[in-house]
Write a protein that binds this ligand. Structure first.
Ligand SMILES: Nc1nc2c(ncn2[C@@H]2O[C@H](COP(=O)(O)OP(=O)(O)OP(=O)(O)O)[C@@H](O)[C@H]2O)c(=O)[nH]1
Ligand SMILES: [Mg+2]
Length: 606
């Protein structure tokens, strides 16, 4: 059977997964048994992907169209999951670069295209969402061309084929102005332009693992492309790791893809993307070879992480109340397991045996892991995100700098510029568009961007977009992130009372409801001033002979501020932690004891 291998790459939200839906449906691969709305974005099947509406892990599927099998890898567009894209590009022979017809190329468009061109992959361009009212497909095509040029594309790569699409309505056309009611032009486009796999079936077997899947029946499943040779069920094979170690196994099950399913097969040969059970501990980057003639492939290179957080067991007074897994041993085992499939992640021992420094691409990369762990029943204390610095050849400290792309209404641009300036940003480019919007490009230290997203959304009344992506390392200008305001810290363990919360809310913004259990050292509010304040939220009103203590009915409390996990992580300061359990997210001081904390403050200030 004819074969094509393609990855769909783009900036976040440019419509990759929606287009894959269309390809699955129109090739007749997806049985319509899910009904209604749930049939949308079927490749985003993990819980957090559904809830957040974004793709988190790269996944593969396959469709058959007029006798050709097309292996398709859907990739995430959010920059925090960039390593997911990097690791799968070696599995394919071409990429379909989707670009939103209104937004044009964005930072992640550049990143994924650069990675593809570096690997010498053929890039096909799809200007998507041409139904948008603000679509400007011709200009966007010019911008895409400029992007190829700026990335140093060769003549052949510059001569990229183009197609126009409305992925959500399931149609594509080769020229603007043409009409079509389906994706036939898209299938044909892929078959015409994606090079055939050139891998040689006569050479000894080489399959490199690019993805891992899990099945309750088969256990771990290794997914990858066969670069050379053939593989048969029942064969003796060997896993070759980049560190030189090897592990023999028997291929107990061999599968190819069809839509969301895996179909058993007896053999497969070079060029195809397959799944394999029984390969022991094989992990991403390992090569699977025949036991008789092993030829390992080089490891997959992935950009280094730029941000880290320290995970430790939850040692708050409420530790162990809500979770199943609470010990440092359990946390370490879980993190070790995560390393097997989460290729962009790095884990090191922290300053004590109980602490683990977990590094990744950004806050979201790490918070998705924390969220997964809490859903599994883990409790953790997590330190605030810290950028990973390095020392250059001249002995100077360097910090990661990100490229920031902003699109907001002109009226808000003043406050955006002011804020980013104080956060160490450097404005590169500013363009006003006809519709009263301003587009800006900035360089800003990663450290300065921590916590900025929520401020930005407030400043632009939720109407602006902001994207950022690691760009390079530069000598640090020594700005550190500081929350301007102090916090309100609970004095003694107890339960919050409406009466006292009412007095406290005059002094700042509260994070707790009445009748909530709190502990000493917990953070329950933002102080309106710069200093921290130790408060008593459990104070009962003094009884007088006229009124009773319970007379709280007339008190109106402003609803407390609720934090998502990411917001909590970006909110806390260096001597603070986020306590994460399956049921709660609490903020706390690292040193809960008030005297101990004061002692620490004195020593660290002197
Ligand atoms: N107007 C318009 N909107 C579309 C089209 N295709 C997708 N969308 C919308 O764009 C949003 C993002 O779609 P997704 O398919 O999740 O985008 P994605 O590229 O997979 O996003 P990530 O995987 O998170 O990077 C959704 O709200 C879609 O409904 C289209 O052709 N036209
Ligand atoms: Mg997606």
């Amino acid at each position: 059977m004819d074969l094509r291998n393609i990855a769909i790459i783009a900036h976040v939200d440019h419509g990759k997964t929606t287009l894959v839906d269309g390809l699955l449906k129109q090739s007749g691969t997806l049985r319509d048994n899910r009904g209604g709305d749930t049939n949308e974005r079927v490749m985003d099947f993990n819980d957090q992907e559904k809830e957040r509406g974004i793709t988190i892990t790269a996944k593969n599927t396959a469709v058959t169209w007029r006798g050709t099998r097309i292996n398709i890898v859907d990739t995430p567009g959010h920059s925090d999951f960039g390593s997911e894209v990097e690791r799968v590009l070696r599995m394919v022979d071409g990429v379909l670069l989707l670009v939103d017809a209104a937004e044009g190329p964005m930072p992640q468009t550049r990143f994924v295209l650069r990675k593809s061109l570096e690997l010498g992959l053929k890039a096909l361009v799809c200007i998507n969402k041409i139904d948008r009212k603000d679509a400007r497909p011709k200009e966007v095509l010019d911008e895409v061309f400029d992007l190829f040029v700026s990335l140093g594309a060769n003549d052949e790569q510059l001569d990229f084929p183009v197609i126009y699409a409305v992925g959500r309505e399931g149609w594509a056309v080769n020229e603007l102005g043409q009409t079509s009611s389906d994706l036939v032009p898209m299938f044909q486009f892929i078959i015409d332009h994606v090079p055939l796999p050139t891998s040689d079936p006569a050479l000894p077997l080489q399959m490199q693992v690019g993805l891992l899947m899990h099945s309750p029946f088969l256990g771990r499943i290794a997914v990858g492309r066969i670069y050379a040779g053939q593989i048969k069920r029942g064969q003796q094979a060997v896993v070759c790791r980049p560190d030189g170690s090897r592990e023999q196994f028997r291929v107990s099950q061999l599968m190819t893809f069809k839509g969301l399913e895996r179909i058993d097969c007896d053999e497969a040969s070079a060029g195809d993307i397959i799944a394999l059970a029984g390969a022991g501990d094989a992990t991403v980057g390992d090569t699977i070879c025949l036991a008789a003639s092993p030829v390992p492939m080089p490891a997959i290179a992935i950009d280094a992480p730029t941000m880290s957080m320290t995970f430790s067991p939850n040692n708050s007074p409420f530790g162990g109340r809500e979770g199943k897994f609470v010990t440092s041993r359990q946390i370490r085992d879980r993190l070790d397991r995560e390393l097997l499939s989460n290729v962009g992640l790095k884990i090191e021992q922290g300053s004590s045996l109980e602490q683990f420094v977990v590094s990744g691409r950004g806050t979201l990369h790490l918070s998705v892991l924390i969220e997964t762990m809490r859903r599994e029943g883990f409790e953790l204390s997590v330190s605030p995100p810290q950028v990973i610095t390095r020392i250059n050849e001249d002995g100077k400290l360097e910090e990661p700098i990100e490229e920031v792309a902003i699109d907001c209404a002109e009226a808000y641009s003043g406050s955006v510029i002011e804020k980013l300036n104080t956060r160490g940003g450097e404005l590169l480019d500013l363009q006003a568009s006809l519709d009263g919007h301003v587009r800006m490009r900035w360089y800003c230290p990663s450290q300065g961007l921590i916590g900025y997203r929520s401020e930005y959304l407030t400043d632009t009344r939720g109407t602006g977009t902001i994207m950022h992506l690691f760009s390079h390392y530069a000598v640090t200008k020594g700005r550190t992130r500081m929350r301007k305001n102090g916090v309100m810290i609970v004095q003694d363990d107890g339960e919050t009372i409406t009466y006292s919360l009412n007095t406290l809310q005059e002094r700042g913004q509260l994070f707790v409801h009445p009748q909530q259990q709190v502990y000493h050292g917990q953070i329950i509010g933002l102080h309106a001033r710069e200093n921290d304040l130790v408060v008593n939220p459990s104070k009962v009103k003094k009884l007088t002979n006229i009124r009773s203590a319970g007379n709280d009915e007339n008190i109106f409390l402003t609803p407390p501020r609720q934090f998502s996990l990411e917001e909590a992580l970006e909110f806390i300061g260096s001597e603070e932690l986020v306590e994460v359990t399956p049921k709660s997210i609490r903020l706390r001081k690292k040193y809960l004891d008030h005297n101990e904390r004061k002692r620490f403050d004195k020593t660290s200030n002197s």
